[in-house]
Design a protein around this ligand. Sequence first.
Ligand code: HEC
Length: 245
Amino acid sequence: MPSTHDKPADQITDRPDGSPVPPSPPAPIPLGVITTCGIALLIAAGILGNIDPLFDYQATFRPGYVRKPAPGDTDGGPPPQEALAAYITQGAKIYATKCITCHGPEAKGDGSNFPPLAGSKWAIGETQRFSMIILNGLRGPMSTGKTYAAGMPSQAQGLTPEGLAGVMTYVRNHFGNHTGDVVTVDMAKSALTLSAARPHTGQQVTSEELTNDHLKALPGHSILPQSPVNPITLTPVHIPKPTLP
Ligand code: HEC
């Protein structure tokens, strides 16, 4: 019987003692081959990315696409804004449509027929008194004791709670006024309810009624000036804190 040493290596089936020879492990892939394949793949991907729209971000991206809010996400609305800034932005628009013609662009009045709101004690004082003036108008005397002949007509028409809250916050924090607080939509809703329940509905408020019935803060939820709100609805936005793993 010929010795196993005479056979080529790949024909050796058994060791001299008869035990089977374990199969030799596959030869490692040479580094050069891996590198070459890698480069080839990169080139192919580059070409595909340029010619095939399936691989092209711009072509697969739908214009105007807005992602759906994830669970626990904010309400999916516009990016939140700081409350004071958001209220002031909306309030400035209401002022420009409802108040500017009489009180003037700088809220300085006109010196004869209309009083200033810059520095007005009744604008920066108790919020309920201020809201009753806007919703019902005012028959003088006003805060300084002076009476303006025409009086102020009610500004309630078309005024939403958001508009009322905005214009009050704006006047209280602009024109050199600086209360630093937000009159919230919730407080403005209270103002509308209180105004509708006045015994003199439909008549302008007087300084007497203001002092007797409305020398207080409007009831309702308050908001910290820097807390985030939806800039359209002015309602608070809950921003979830990132949870640590
Ligand atoms: C048509 C003119 C007119 C418009 C519009 C008007 N006001 Fe007046 N407002 C007056 C007049 C006049 C007075 C003084 C009333 C009086 O003496 O009887 C007054 C008084 C006030 C006062 C009292 C000021 C004080 O110090 O006593 C406040 C506050 C006020 N207005 C806020 C507003 C706001 C806010 C708006 C817009 C939402 C507005 N007014 C729109 C004419 C107007």
